[in-house]
Design a protein around this ligand. Sequence first.
Ligand SMILES: [Zn+2]
Length: 622
Amino acid sequence: MYRSLIYSILIISLFSFSNSYSQTTQNENYQYYIDLNKSENGKLPVELITPDFSSSTVLFRFPAMVPGTYKIYDFGRFVSDLKAFDESGNELSVSKQDENTWEISGAESLYKITYMLKQTFGDTTGKSVFEPVGTSFEPGKIFVFNNQGIFGYFDGYIENDYVLNITKPEGFYGSTSLDAFERTNTLEVFNSPDYAFLVDNPIFFNVPDTASIIFPEAKVLISVYSPGKGITAKDIQEKDKELLEGIRNFLGGKLPTDRYTFLYYFSDSKTGSGSYGALEHNNSSLYFFPDVPVQAKSFMLSQLQSTTAHEFYHVVTPLNLHSEEIGFFDFNNPVMSQHLWLYEGVTEYNADYIQLVEGLITPEEYATAIQQKLNGASRFNDTLPFTFMSKNALTPEYEEQYLNVYLKGALIGMCLDILIREESNGKQSLQDVINSLIQKYGKDNPFKDDELFGEIEALTSPKIGEFLNTYVGGPSKIPYEDIFAKVGFKIEKIPYEAVNTSGVAMGFNQDTYRLKIVNTGPAGNKFVEDLGIKVGDEMVSVNGVAITFQNARGIFGSQKNKIKKGDEMVIEVARPKAGGDYENIKLKATITETKTNYDFKVDVNENLNDNQKMLKQAWMGK
Ligand SMILES: [Zn+2]
C-alpha cells in the first residue's frame, strides 16, 4: 500500500537518524554528538565524526587561552581517554604532544574521535578556571558549555564548519546566540561557521528561566540559572532593559549587534575559583555570581548592572576595535597586546560613565565608584608602565598586576575623556575618537599595537599623545586631582604609614571564610622574615583585632590601624595541620621599615569656575 510504504520509509529514516552517528557520512565538517543524559560525576563523554583528511598525521587541539580572558588555562587538562578510530572501528595510534595537543597517525583513514571531559567548575587539581570561561555538567540542573572546554579543533582546519548534535533531557533548553538547525524535546542541533565563532558563543542547557527584550534592530535573550530561585530572568529583564536603552542611546541610538544572549549563572557551591564575574563575547556574555536569597535581590541586581554594562560595552572594544594580537588570535600560542587600558580600562570607565550620563546612577554614586578605583589602584605598582604590564600580563612576574586594568585602566579612560574634551573645547569625546577608529579599522581589520598612540594623537592633539606616552606608556604617576577637578570632582589624598610587605599576596578560603597567604614575596624582606609567616597561613587577628573583610586591607597599616617604625606587630594566624585541622599561632615582629600610602576621598564639587562648568557640561552631555 502506498500509504504504508511512506510510513515504513518514515520509520526507517527515523530509525537511521536516531542511530545516525554510527553511519554518519564524513564530509568537511566537524560533526559532534553529545548526549547530556550520559553525564556522571562531573564527566561527559563526547564523539566527533571528523572532517575527511588526506594527510598521514593530524594534530587535535584544545585552546591554551581564549579571547577576553588574558590568562592561560590549558583546556586540554580536562580531556581524557582520547581515542581515534577508522570507519570500521579500528583504533588508530594517538600520542599526546603537550597539555592541549594530540597527534593522530593514519589520519587518511581517521573517521571518529571519542574523549571524556571533566567539568572545570569546582576543579582543584591545578590552576583553577574562572567560571565564566569554564564548563559544568550538573545532571538535572544545568550544563554550562563554554565551547573551548567541550570542542577541539584540528591544526590547519580551524575554519571548517561545526555541527553540534546535542541530546538533552526532556524539558531542557539550549540558550545561546548560535543558530539552532533543529530543536525537539530531546535534541538540539547547532551550527557554527568556524571554531572561533563556536568559542564566541557559549550555551546554557537547563530548564529554562528566560525573558527577552526586543529592540527594532536587536533581539536580546536573558537566561538565568539560580538554584535557590532568589533571582529570576524577569527580575533581570527590567534592569537590563533600562541599561540597554541607556547604552543604545550612548552609542548613537542603535545597538551594535542584531542578537544578544545574557547567560547568568548563580552559584550555590562553596568550591569555586574564588572569583565572581563575567566574560564578554560578540553576541553574548556569561556571568558567574553567588546565588542570593530573595532578600538580597536588589543588592545583586545593582552589582549585576555594572558588570552587565561592562560586558556589553565590550562589543565596542576589543570586539570591534583591537590590535593584531587580538584579531589574529592564536588559541595555542597567545600573544598579548599593549592596550589592555583600552580593551578593559576604557570599557570599565564607560560602564560607570554610561550609567551616570543616562541617569542610572547619581553623581555621588559615580564619585564613590571612582574613589573605590583610586583606592584599589593604589595597591598595585603605579610606576609600572601600563603598556608594559599589558604586554606581559601572561607572565608569572606580572600576572598579579593584571587586575589593575579594571582600576587604573578605568581611571586612564576617564582622564583621556576629560582631556580630549578640554582640548576640543568640549566638542570631541573619547567615544568620538573610538568611533573614528572603528570606522577606520573595525572587527576584521586590526590596528598595529605600536601605532595606536600615534593614531589617537592624529585624531586629537599633541597633548593627548603626550598624556598617552607619559602616563600610559611611561612610569609617571597620573595627576588625578588636577584632571578630575576639571569636571568638578574633588580628590583628597589622606596619607598613612604601612609596613612594606611588597610581594605578600592573599587569597580567600571559602570554607573558613578567612584570608589566606598565597605568596610571601621575594626573600630579603626583614619584617616578613622575622614574622615567619608561611604560605597557607590564614589571617585571624592583628594586634588583637579580628580581621574582617572591612578591615582586611589595613592589616599592615591604615588610617584606623596606625603603625610606626619600632612598633611590635602581633599577627595571629591559623596554620593548617596534617589531617585538615588548624593550629592558631601568634607571630610577632618589630616594624623596621614603613612606606607612606594614601587613601583617596572623592566628592562632587558644586563650586565651579566657568571653565569647569563648561567642561563638566560637555562631559555630562547636558
Ligand atoms: Zn572586561
